[in-house]
Design a protein around this ligand. Structure first.
Ligand code: 5AD
Ligand code: SF4
Length: 474
C-alpha cells in the first residue's frame, strides 16, 4: 500500500463503511437509505448530518445496500486514487439499480462539488448530485429525482455550518465522537482541492459545539475530536455580546464540560497554532497531548511552491516550542513525496525534518495532481511516478523507524488509558489509547472494566504500531 501508510484523517479501515441504523430505533420507515463514506473524518462526520436530515424526513438507515431505496456515496477528491475507488463503486451500484429499478443513487461530498452535473449528464451514473453545503435540500432533491428529474445542488455557502443539526452517530464504539467546529478552508495550499470542493472557511457557533459535546458526554461518550480543515483559525464572534472566541477559548470551553471527557482536535496548520493553544492544552489534563501538524515538505523551496507560508526552520521551531511547553506531547504529520520540481536535495530536507521532529506517526502520500488547483495551473507535474514512489518508500521507512523508536521509549512508562473496545484479535484484551493517541492493548484480567473506563496501564512491550501493557491500578 503505497498511497497511504497508516492513517487517521483517511482511516483506511473505515473507507466505504456503511452507516449503521442506530440501535433501538423504534420508528418504522417507509423508505430506507444506505450511505457509504470515503475520505477524511469530516466526510464521515457529514454523513452523520445527512443521516439526521434524512431521518427527520422519514427515511431509515440500512447497512444492507440491497434493501435500500436510496444509495448515497459521500465522496472524496483529495487524490486521484480516491476518485477512482468511488467511480468503481458507482458502477457497481448502477448494476444493482438495473436489477432493482426505482432505486436512486446519489453522489454527495467533494466529488459532487468537483464534477457537478457531469455525473448526471455525460456519464448518467447517478440520479442525484449534492455538494457538501447543500444537504438540507436533500429531501426535496430526492422528491425531484423520484419524479424522474435530474437533481443537482452544488451551491457552496458562506455561512452553512449545520450547527442546529444533531448528527446521528454512526461511530460504533459509543466512546469517541467527532464534532465539526468549522467548514471549508481559506488556505489555498497549491496542491489541494479542498478550497474548491468545500468552499470558504466558516466557524460554527461555540455554544452549539459545547452543547453537542455535552450531549455526547451525557450519552456515555468519553472523548470528542473537534474537527476542521484548519482548527487553529476557528474564530467566532457572538452576535449579541460581540465577544470573540478563538480556538484556544473554544478548547477551554469544551475541556470544562468534565475532567472525564477527553478532547482531541484535527487538523492544525503550523502557521496558525498559537502559544495560547499550547498553554491551554498544558493547563488542562483532559486536552490530549497530541498534535497533528502536517509538514507536507521539509524543503523551504517546495514549501513556497506549495504556498504553505512557512519555512523548514520555522516548522522545526514550532516543533521545539510544542516540546518546550509539553515535553510529553505526541506529534504526527502529513507528508507529500514528489511535488512539482522536487529534487533529491529537497527530498533529503524532508527526511531531515522528520528526524528532527521525531514524529510518532505520519500519513504519507505521493503527489497526485488535482484539476483546478493552483499547482495544476501553475506548475508541471514533472516527477516521474517511479521516483515519486521510491521517495515515498524512503519516507515510509524513516517513519517506520521513528514510530518504533518512539514506542520503545514508552516501555516501562505508565499511562492513563481510555478503554475503547475489545481488541479485535483477542477478546481477552482491551484496546484503548493514551493521551498521546497511541494504541495500547492489555489483558482484561477479569477486572470488570467496561468501555469508557479510564485505567492506568504500564507498557511492557511494543510493536511499531501498538503498545502492549498491563493494568497496574484502577
Ligand atoms: N496529492 C497528494 N497528497 C495530497 N494531500 C492533499 N492534497 C494532495 C495531493 N494533491 C494530502 C496532504 C493533506 C492530506 C489530507 O492529504 O498531505 O494534509
Ligand atoms: Fe475530505 Fe478533502 Fe477528501 Fe473532501 S477532498 S473528503 S475535504 S479529504
Amino acid at each position: 500500500m503505497l498511497d497511504v501508510a497508516g492513517n487517521k484523517t483517511h482511516d483506511e479501515s473505515r473507507q466505504g463503511e456503511p452507516l449503521a441504523p442506530y440501535a433501538g430505533d423504534p420508528n418504522k420507515y417507509q423508505k430506507r437509505f444506505y450511505i457509504e463514506s470515503y475520505g477524511c473524518q469530516m466526510n464521515f462526520s457529514d454523513s452523520e448530518i445527512v443521516a439526521s436530515i434524512l431521518n427527520a424526513e422519514g427515511f431509515g438507515a440500512t447497512r444492507n445496500v440491497e434493501d435500500a431505496d436510496l444509495i448515497f456515496v459521500n465522496t472524496c477528491s483529495i487524490r486521484e486514487k480516491a476518485e477512482q475507488t468511488v467511480r468503481k463503486r458507482l458502477t457497481e451500484f448502477r448494476k444493482l439499480k438495473e436489477k432493482k429499478p426505482g432505486t436512486l443513487v446519489g453522489v454527495l461530498g467533494c466529488m459532487a462539488e468537483r464534477l457537478k452535473s457531469k455525473f448526471l449528464e455525460e456519464e448518467k451514473l447517478v440520479d442525484l448530485v449534492v455538494g457538501p453545503d447543500a444537504y438540507r435540500t436533500l429531501p426535496a432533491l430526492v422528491v425531484e429525482a423520484e419524479g424522474g428529474q435530474k437533481a443537482v445542488n452544488v451551491l457552496l455557502s458562506r455561512d452553512e455550518t449545520y450547527a442546529d443539526i444533531s448528527p446521528v452517530r454512526l461511530d460504533s464504539n459509543g466512546i469517541s465522537g467527532f464534532v465539526s467546529i468549522m467548514r471549508g478552508c481559506n488556505n489555498m495550499c497549491s496542491f489541494c482541492v479542498v478550497p474548491f470542493t468545500r468552499g470558504r472557511e466558516r466557524s460554527r457557533d461555540a455554544d452549539s459545539i459545547v452543547k453537542e459535546s455535552t450531549d455526547l458526554f451525557n450519552n456515555g461518550y468519553r472523548e470528542v475530536t473537534l474537527l476542521g480543515q484548519n482548527v487553529d483559525s476557528y474564530y467566532y464572534s457572538e452576535p449579541t455580546s460581540g465577544k470573540t472566541i478563538t480556538f484556544a477559548g473554544l478548547l477551554e470551553m469544551v475541556a470544562e464540560i468534565s475532567p472525564r471527557l477527553r478532547i482531541r482536535f484535527s487538523t492544525s496548520h503550523p502557521k496558525d497554532i498559537t502559544d495560547d493553544v499550547l498553554f491551554t492544552m498544558a493547563r488542562h489534563e483532559n486536552i490530549c497531548r497530541y498534535i497533528h501538524l502536517p509538514l507536507q515538505s521539509g524543503s523551504t523551496r517546495i514549501l513556497q511552491l506549495m504556498n504553505r507560508t512557512y519555512t523548514r526552520e520555522w516548522y522545526m521551531g514550532k516543533v521545539n516550542r510544542i516540546r518546550e511547553i509539553m515535553p510529553d506531547c505526541g506529534i504526527s504529520s502529513d507528508i507529500i513525496a514528489g511535488f512539482c520540481t522536487e529534487e533529491e536535495k529537497d527530498h533529503q530536507d524532508t527526511l531531515d525534518v522528520m528526524e528532527h521532529s521525531l514524529y510518532d506517526m505520519s500519513y504519507m502520500f505521493f503527489y497526485s495532481e488535482r484539476p483546478g488547483t493552483l499547482a495544476q495551473r501553475r506548475y508541471k507535474d514533472d516527477i516521474p511516478e517511479d521516483i515519486k514512489k521510491r521517495r515515498l518508500q524512503e519516507i515510509i521507512e524513516v517513519q517506520n523507524r521513528l514510530s518504533l523508536q518512539s514506542n520503545k521509549k514508552d516501555i516501562g512508562k505508565t499511562f492513563s488509558v481510555l478503554i475503547e473496545s475489545e481488541s479485535k484479535r483477542d477478546a481477552d484484551n482491551w484496546k484503548g489509547r493514551n493521551s498521546q493517541n497511541k494504541v495500547i492493548v492489555f489483558p482484561k484480567n477479569n477486572l470488570n472494566h467496561r468501555k469508557g473506563d479510564y485505567v492506568t496501564v504500564k507498557v511492557n512491550d511494543c510493536t511499531q504500531a501498538t503498545l502492549l501493557g498491563e493494568i497496574v491500578e484502577m
